[in-house]
Design a protein around this ligand. Sequence first.
Ligand SMILES: [Zn+2]
Length: 371
Amino acid sequence: MMFLVSWRAGCRTGFPQIGNYHIRSLPSRPALKISEVQSTMRIKITPSSRTAECSLCRHTEFSQVADRDRKSNELKTVVCKKCGLVSHECIPSNQELLEYYQEDYRSEYNGEATPSAYRVLREWDRGQALVKQLGSYLAESSDVLEVGSGIGCTVKSFELAGHRSTGIEPGRGFCEYSRNVLDADVSEAILADLPAEERYDMVMLVHVLEHLNDPMSSFEHVHSLLRPGGLFYVEVPNCGAPHAAPPKMFHYAHIFNYASWTLSHLGQSTGFDVKEVISSESNKNLQILFQKSNTRNDSRSFDMNGYEKSCASLTRYTNLTYHLRWNYVTTRMATMVHHLCGRIRAERRLEKLIKSFPEKSDIDSGIRRAA
Ligand SMILES: [Zn+2]
C-alpha cells in the first residue's frame, strides 16, 4: 500500500490551506515509459508555481527541480531562490505525518515493522560511532536525548557510555523493541510532546529533521530543552553532495533536503552557533554539531549564494555520471560486502550482544557515582 499526500486546493493559496491536506491510499502507478524515465535522469531547474513562503527565509520565489519522487510517483520539489532551501512544493500537515509515522512509515520505508537482527546490528554500529564522535564533547553522566530514536541503539549506546540517555520515537513497533529487547529508556512521543524545560546537555536528531514539516519550530523547541551551552547534533542526507542519483533523490518522507549552508542558516537563525561541521563536503550525510547560544542572527548565517549552490549541487551529475564515479563504485562494493558479511549469524551475534549489557541498576549506580 502506498500513501500519497494530496490536497484539494493546491499550493497557490499558501500555508493557511494546509489543513486541507489528507492522506489517501492509491493503487500503484503504472510503469513509466522509457521516454519518461529518461526525462527524470537529469535534474532540471524550471519555474515553480509555489507562492507560499520559504520555511527558512520567508522568501516567496522558487524554482522547481523535480516533479517525481524516487519511486516515480508525483512529487513536486522546489528550491528557494533566496536561501537555496530545497523542499516539497506543498508541506504536509501534522495530522497526516502523525498517522503516517505511527502506523505505516517504518514498514514502508524499511520493509520491517519489527527490525531484523541484521538491521539492529547495523544500527548498533552507528550508535557506537556516534558515541565515539560526540562523547568527547560531553561531561560524564550528561543528560542526552535522541528525538526519533528508531530501534533505540543510539540511546542504549550512550547509556552504556555512562550518560543518562533517553529517546522518543513515534513508531510503536520500534518503540516497543527499544524498551522490551534493548531495555533502552525510550518513550512513544514526538518532539512537540516534550515540555519546554532546560534539562538536556545534548539533543540529537539523526536522519529525522528532513522528515519534520516545521524545522524552525522544531529547532526553537530543541533550544528550549537544552541547558545553557547545550549541544545539538543534527545529521541529515547531504543535499550538497551526491547522496543519490538524480531519479532517486527525492522522497515523500523527506520534506526538506538540507545542505550545509541551509542547515547552518536554520541553526543560526534559531539561537544556535555552529560548533563544528563534522562531515566532509563530499559526505553523503551532513553532520553538524550546534551549540545553544543566547543570540539569533539571520544576517550572519545567510549565504548570498545559497540558491546558486543548491542548483549546482542538484545538477552536478546525470544518472549515468553519478553511477560512473569511482567513489560510488568502491563504496557500493564495500557496502555489498559489508551487508553480506553482516547477515552471517546475525541472530546469534545480536543475542550475544544483548546478553553482554550490564544490568540497568549497575549502570544507574555507576552514573550516580560519576555525578
Ligand atoms: Zn528561503
